[in-house]
Design a protein around this ligand. Structure first.
Ligand code: NAD
Length: 506
């Protein structure tokens, strides 16, 4: 197959220039822009400003001013909620433009991205609803002389750093909740896929978000990201990305004891018992492994199959893998798009080669697909993987499925937990006891039972172990961007501390 570019798509591929949003003004950085080559089509599609340390500092100063003296934290929650709802409507109105950018900059299939943007609109609406329910607590139970009130206050200036794999969806899992709480922000998208986040800046201005509340600084992690994780005027860092950079973020944030929220990598297992609905599982195995070309923190990259069904399952998953449509992400029938960069392609291929050399068998795929342009990888299945192999322990972040086997429930749990990550897991069985036993014993933030990679704005998401710190979404999502303050109030005459007891009694 050769990727042809239909005339309508050419419009989307014409290179577009993006600016940065700092204190309500659209600015250019002094340096030459960062050119983004579409991973699917091999042509420059976007030029982002290469923000500098000074740009990041200017944006932080603007966010600080907007928080300390601006109107946003002082508005009523109802006013903020109205603006968030308007933003949701504007995102929906510009959805196809946002979709086109995420598709072409990140090589993601268009039908999938349409779903992501619809999901993002829902999250903005959910955050708008939560904004109005943010409240503290009161204690009228501390005796006649005391009333305790616990305020929830916006935490302050939040830096938001996002990865390339779900550009618009991930910023939408953070930003609406931060600003719903009354925080002000500096956002840094990935230098590989910044376009849709910059468009979000335009949308938020139009929705009525005041200047300085949302600043968007594009650029690299080393230049802009480093400032956003260490600057003393930042109160909280909300980071999604690799575990390595997550650890660096936490180290930088420690210098001024910032709060950190980290959404990091995963090595997520699907444990399958012979009594499961195996037709449903085979479909979910293929979906879990190849969705977003496996470049997904939630990828179901490890299958832990009961020995009695392993051979049959591998054969069936291999047959279905051959049906998966890899190709032009602009084609609505495409299910798997391109690999983000040539360097990342090499990294994935390296894992597959190392596993083969260590004794794993290639049950399907294994290499590049030549589509004439860009970099594409065949859906790949490695069977006979053992838990000591790198491909069984490390995040490959490509369309590569590792198959391991088990005989007892204890063994399945032990294999599932034998990695540093703990983001999500799946268990497949018609037996209620089996599902719940496994569900309670796996150390992961989300456990799917007889399904995989479902989600909803209402359900908290995040990782255990080295998959992260904190949760996003769910009803506490706005609270994550707040701190509590205790008001301890005295009613009536206060008992003196220094006056001798006898005098007091006299
Ligand atoms: P990455 O860690 O390389 O980059 C993430 C962001 O951090 C980018 O904006 C990057 O520019 C920035 N960055 C890089 N170096 C930095 C530094 N020194 N200081 C501050 N910021 C810096 O990750 P990636 O390759 O963009 O994304 C893939 C990773 O993200 C995978 O590990 C994946 O599992 C993870 N991820 C996790 C979730 C989740 O919710 N748990 C979701 C999506 C992606």
């Amino acid at each position: 197959m050769t990727i042809s570019i239909p005339p309508k798509a050419l419009e989307a591929l014409a290179a577009r220039d993006f600016k940065m949003l700092i204190d309500g003004r659209w600015l250019e950085a002094g340096a030459a822009p960062i050119e983004r080559v579409a991973p699917s089509h091999g042509v420059v599609v976007s030029r982002f400003q290469a923000g500098t340390k000074a740009d990041a500092e200017r944006a932080i100063a603007a966010a600080r001013r907007a928080f300390d003296t601006g109107p946003w934290p002082r508005m009523t929650a109802a006013q903020r909620s109205t603006i968030l709802l308007k933003a949701a409507d504007l995102i929906a109105a510009r959805a196809e433009e946002i979709v086109a950018l995420d598709v072409i900059e990140a090589g993601k299939p268009i039908s999938q991205v349409r779903g992501e943007i619809a999901g993002a609109v829902d999250i903005w609406r959910y955050a708008a609803a939560l904004a109005r329910d943010l409240h503290g607590e009161s204690y009228n139970t501390l005796g006649d002389g005391t009333l305790g009130v616990v305020l929830r206050e916006a935490i302050g200036v939040v830096s938001i750093i996002t990865p390339w794999n779900f550009p618009f969806l991930i910023v939408s899992q953070k930003l609406p909740f931060a600003i719903a709480a009354g925080c002000t922000t500096v956002v840094k998208p990935s230098e590989l896929s910044s376009g849709s986040t910059v468009i979000l800046g335009e949308i938020l201005q139009e929705a009525g978000v005041p200047d300085g509340v949302v600043n968007i600084v594009t650029g690299t992690g080393a230049e802009v990201g480093a400032v956003l994780t260490a600057h003393p005027d930042i109160d909280m860092v909300s980071f999604t990305g690799s575990t390595g950079v997550g650890k660096l973020t936490m180290t930088n944030a420690a210098t001024t004891l910032k709060k950190v929220s980290l959404e990091l990598g995963g090595k997520n297992p699907q444990i399958v018992f012979p009594d499961a609905d195996l037709d449903a599982f085979v479909d979910a195995a293929v979906f879990g492994a190849y969705f977003n070309a496996g470049e997904c923190c939630n990828a179901g990259s490890r299958l832990i199959l009961h020995k009695s069904i392993a051979e049959e399952m591998v054969a069936r998953i291999a047959r279905l893998s051959a049906e998966v449509k890899v190709g032009d992400p602009l084609d609505p029938t495409t299910q798997v798009g391109a690999i983000i960069t040539p360097q990342h392609f090499e990294k994935i291929a390296g894992y597959v080669n190392a596993a083969s050399q260590a004794g794993a068998q290639l049950a399907h795929g294994g290499g590049a697909l030549d589509l004439g342009r860009g970099q594409f990888m065949a859906p790949t299945i490695l069977s006979g993987v053992t838990r000591d192999m790198a491909v069984a322990r490390e995040e490959v972040f490509g369309p590569v499925l590792s198959v391991l086997t088990f005989e007892t429930v204890e063994e399945a749990i032990s294999i599932a937990n034998a990695v540093d990550y703990g983001l999500s897991a799946g268990v497949w069985s018609r037996d209620f006891d089996t599902c719940l036993t496994i569900g309670r014993r796996i150390r992961a933030g989300t456990i799917w039972m007889n399904t995989f990679m479902d989600g909803a704005s209402e359900l908290p998401f995040g990782g255990m172990k080295q998959s992260g710190l904190g949760r996003e979404l769910g009803r506490h999502a706005v609270e994550d961007y707040t701190e509590t303050k205790t008001l301890n109030m005295h009613i009536g005459a206060r008992t003196s501390w220094w006056m001798p007891q006898t005098e007091r009694l006299a």
